[in-house]
Design a protein around this ligand. Structure first.
Ligand code: NG1
Ligand code: ZN
Length: 557
């Protein structure tokens, strides 16, 4: 062996020696296995220390492989405060690719004494040059367990010689933004929290200049921060918005528990307002989830009725606005809306039949929607639960930028294309972002002079119900057709089909959750009673045919 080869070999051994030593400080409980789910690993925080260390290792390998900065976010989003989780962020701010999700599971489940073997296996399979430098950005939410778990990630990265930047408390979408800014060398913005506030607030202020005579009432928005990171970050951002948005913050984390009786998931699933919010009649309100990558809006009418404006209503509002601007700007760009099986049937019908936009349906989980949206000039994607954003293709952005500079464009076209340009700057294209989505919605409502009621009246939701059933192994349920049909266990889909036929305008499907150990049941029908009853009957079918445990599901009424 030549001397330099010997030295390299020695330094590699030293590198793995450090992994070996440090991993003992983050031991894996024997026999525990976890899967990289819909959005990363997620479970009770007490099981996650070794996972975090190992995800630090994996992010370092991914960084060496892609020669880019990779992100690791410590959060369990809308889950209870006791849970935690981790999401890996790829170079352009998108979710990590499927093959690497597989590596994540492989590494997470390796018993202590085979960790190095699995690590080397990934290095070999991916042909990773270990002499490449590595850089990993780390962020965390406000959970009590997040501090030590993010330290475990940092330990993992440094034990493989990677460089870290610890952003501390940030929202998930802020970390996605940082990763994208870094890897585009500042083209997407400056990779600091302040850079994020500046980019978004400037675009928001430009847009709202086009909304004349807005009263203070119209500028007022009630925000439920889910007692999480979104509340903290909203407070930081407020001065940048120069009173063009007057936020009244509740569930700001000063007393309540994260996601407890509040937050976007609670509001969406319970179809009621969060605790601790003082809502006036018709007042616009919104809720973030625990890591501020989801948002839903709502209001109560003069009869005290609660109205939810969910991800489907958000997708409709934004796509209608963009389509109108494209027409005014005379730009021939294809716009599509990407949804999942949870999208309310009325929204799909409205978008296809009235708006004449292309609608496509993917499996649950934003990574699937994000992918599908990349196929269009403009891809608007939202899950019904309020997780989503808009993607503009490179070609579409170029056309818009060229038209902004075109001296021959008339005033109407100029105005429309400038609005499009500012909207692009306001949207966090890397991932769904509650703060960015909220500002887009506020700007669109302001520009169009619409109230929450006007927005709600675009179409009427079909009554629906979501339930959970606990079974001994949720993997017995296998689905097809973007999760709208179950292929196993035998007889389940036939039973669902028969039940659905009993109700008007009805639809129902079941799928195993990727973030909780439950099977999710969804039903919609012409009345709330029918939707509730169908959801219950389907839950019973799941319980009986898919190995339900605990008490049998009870009727809702
Ligand atoms: P699961 O638990 O796989 O249903 C939930 C949401 C997803 C997505 C992920 C990640 C529903 C029905 N499901 O996934 O849409 O947001 O969490 O947060 O809302
Ligand atoms: Zn979230």
């Amino acid at each position: 062996m030549f001397i330099h080869e010997k030295m390299q070999c020695f330094s590699e051994m030293a590198q793995f020696e450090e992994v070996s030593q440090k991993s003992k400080l983050h031991p894996k409980p024997e026999g525990l296995t976890l899967q990289y789910g819909t959005a990363g690993f997620r479970t009770h925080a007490k099981h996650l220390d070794h996972i975090m260390f190992r995800m630090g290792l994996l992010a370092t390998l991914r960084s060496k492989k892609t020669k880019s900065t990779i992100g690791v976010m410590v959060t369990a989003s809308h889950n209870p405060e006791e849970d935690n989780g981790v999401k890996l962020i790829d170079p352009m701010g998108e979710m990590v690719t499927a093959a690497w999700e597989g590596y994540a599971t492989q590494l997470a489940n390796a018993e202590q004494d085979s960790l190095l073997k699995e690590l080397k296996d990934i290095i070999k399979k991916e042909d990773i040059d270990m002499s490449e430098p590595a850089s990993v950005y780390v962020g965390k939410d406000t959970r009590p367990s997040s501090a030590s778990l993010s330290q475990a990630v940092l330990d993992g990265v440094s034990s493989l010689g990677g460089k870290t930047h610890d952003y501390g408390l940030v929202t998930t979408p802020q970390l996605h933004y940082m990763v994208c800014c870094c890897n585009t060398h500042g083209c997407y913005g400056s990779p600091t929290v302040e850079g994020y506030y500046q980019k978004l607030s400037q675009a928001f202020l430009q847009l709202t200049q086009n909304a004349l005579n807005r009263t203070d009432d119209q500028k007022r928005l009630l925000v439920d921060g889910a007692n999480g990171i979104g509340a903290l970050k909203m407070r930081e951002m407020e001065p940048f918005l120069r009173s063009e948005l007057q936020v009244v913050l509740s569930n700001d984390g000063s007393s309540g528990k994260l996601n407890h009786m509040c937050g976007a998931d609670y509001v969406k699933v319970q179809q009621k307002a969060p605790q601790g919010m003082n809502m006036g009649v018709g007042e616009r309100c919104c809720s973030f989830d625990g890591d501020a990558d989801r948002i839903v809006y709502y209001y109560t009418d003069s009869k005290g009725c609660f109205h939810l404006l969910d991800g489907d209503k958000i997708a409709t509002l934004i796509s209608t606005y963009l389509k109108e601007l494209l027409t005014q700007a005379g730009l021939n760009l294809q716009i599509a809306v990407v949804q999942t099986a949870y999208a309310n049937g009325s929204s799909t019908r409205y978008l296809e039949d009235v708006m004449k936009v292309t609608v496509c349906c993917t499996k649950t989980g934003v990574k699937h929607l994000h992918h599908a949206a990349q196929e269009y000039d403009i891809g608007v994607y939202f899950e019904a639960n309020g997780h989503g954003t808009v993607l503009f293709s490179k070609a579409a952005q170029k056309q818009i930028q060229e038209l902004v500079k075109d001296p021959n464009a008339n005033d109407e076209r100029k105005r429309a294309v400038k609005l499009l340009e500012s909207t692009i700057n306001l949207i966090n294209q890397t991932v769904g972002d509650a703060i960015s989505d909220m500002l887009v919605i506020e700007a669109v409502l302001a520009i169009r002079g619409m109230s929450a009621q006007d927005w709600d009246a675009i179409y009427t939701d079909l009554p629906n119900r979501q339930l959970k059933v606990t079974v001994s192994d949720r993997r017995v349920i296998d689905t097809t057709d973007a999760e709208r049909r179950a292929v196993s266990p035998e007889g389940l889909q036939d039973t669902i089909d028969t039940l659905v036929k009993k109700y008007k305008s009805a639809r129902s499907f079941v799928r195993p959750s990727g973030t909780e150990d439950v099977v999710r049941v969804y039903a919609e029908a012409d009345t709330q009673e029918s939707a509730d009853s169908l959801a219950h009957e389907v839950s019973l079918a799941v319980y009986r045919l898919a190995g339900g445990i605990g008490d049998e599901p009870k009727p809702l009424h």
